[in-house]
Design a binder for this molecule. Structure first.
Ligand code: SAM
Length: 258
């Protein structure tokens, strides 16, 4: 049995993302369903003008909840993720997609996709900025010239103001304890989640995301060869502003990309 880490200073492993998206991820994020992804997928499809002539990549597709809605709108659809359990779920949720296990920094495609989407803060995972920049370079590399991208990232100002340091919720037989904190030196938002069953901690995961400002994101995107067309603050199409939860960036591969 693991101890309750509420009053301890947790250590965030550098490679936290290798363990965080395992068998218990679908329990912890049970509310992130295929149904809940419908509006997000529709927004992304409209913003990227996705059509049946397009090849689509969902980078970090997870359980395929967005692909389930995007496959019928695209020509060929591909999902890439690092987590075998989530890819197995994606097979069920999006049977029409080609699914592939790969690291988001090193994608085995060159100028293949018309559209790349990346949902629900699947960016900023790596400790080194150069690794996070490598993800944007990989997105540029896999896009055809003028190909479009959709990047749904957190709004760091909103995270700072709205952070709930501790929450408890119940899901069926499980109690889920979540502890969140901001590491100001590393400029990261971290979360340790414990799943409890009958008084025993049966799973513990750590998540950690670099909090890039909009200026930093713009500089990294342009540096990677990706032009910016529009920025939204939520899935209702609100402008990006401090009180909006998301930083949704839509753009295209620039002339000097890849
Ligand atoms: C927050 S989840 C989002 C999943 C999905 N986009 C969604 O909205 O449900 C982040 C995803 O990134 C994947 N991931 C984490 N590290 C990765 C890496 N290095 N390369 C590729 N995928 C990675 C995880 O397995 C997980 O599916």
């Amino acid at each position: 049995m693991m101890s309750d880490s509420r009053n301890e200073e947790p250590v965030v492993p550098k490679d936290w993302y290798e363990d965080a998206f395992g068998a218990f991820y679908p329990v912890i994020y049970a509310h992130r369903t295929v149904e809940s992804a419908a509006k997000e997928a529709a927004f992304a499809a409209a913003q990227t003008q996705l059509s049946s002539g397009d090849t689509l990549l969902d980078l970090c597709c997870g359980n395929g909840r967005h692909l389930a809605h995007l496959v019928p709108r695209a020509g060929r659809s591909v999902g890439v993720d690092y987590s075998p359990p989530l890819l197995r779920l994606a097979h069920c949720n999006a049977p029409g997609a080609l699914l592939l296990r790969a690291d988001m920094r090193a994608l085995p495609f060159v100028e293949y996709f018309n559209v790349v989407v990346n949902f629900f803060t699947s960016f900023g995972y790596f400790t080194e900025d150069r690794d996070n920049r490598a993800v944007l370079s990989a997105m540029c590399q896999v896009l055809r010239p003028q190909g479009r991208y959709f990047l749904d990232y957190l709004n760091p100002v909103h995270v700072e103001t709205e952070l709930h340091p501790h929450t408890t919720r119940h899901l069926g037989k499980y109690r889920i304890e979540e502890n969140r904190w901001i590491d100001r030196a590393a400029r990261r938002v971290n979360k340790v989640t414990q799943v409890w069953l009958h008084g025993d901690c049966v799973a513990q995961t750590t998540e950690s995301v670099r909090m890039y400002s909009l200026d930093e994101m713009e500089a990294m995107l342009v540096g990677a060869g990706l032009e910016i067309d529009r920025i939204f603050g939520d899935y209702d199409g609100a402008s990006f502003f401090n009180d909006r939860p998301r930083m949704i960036i839509i753009g295209h591969r620039g002339r000097h990309g890849a």
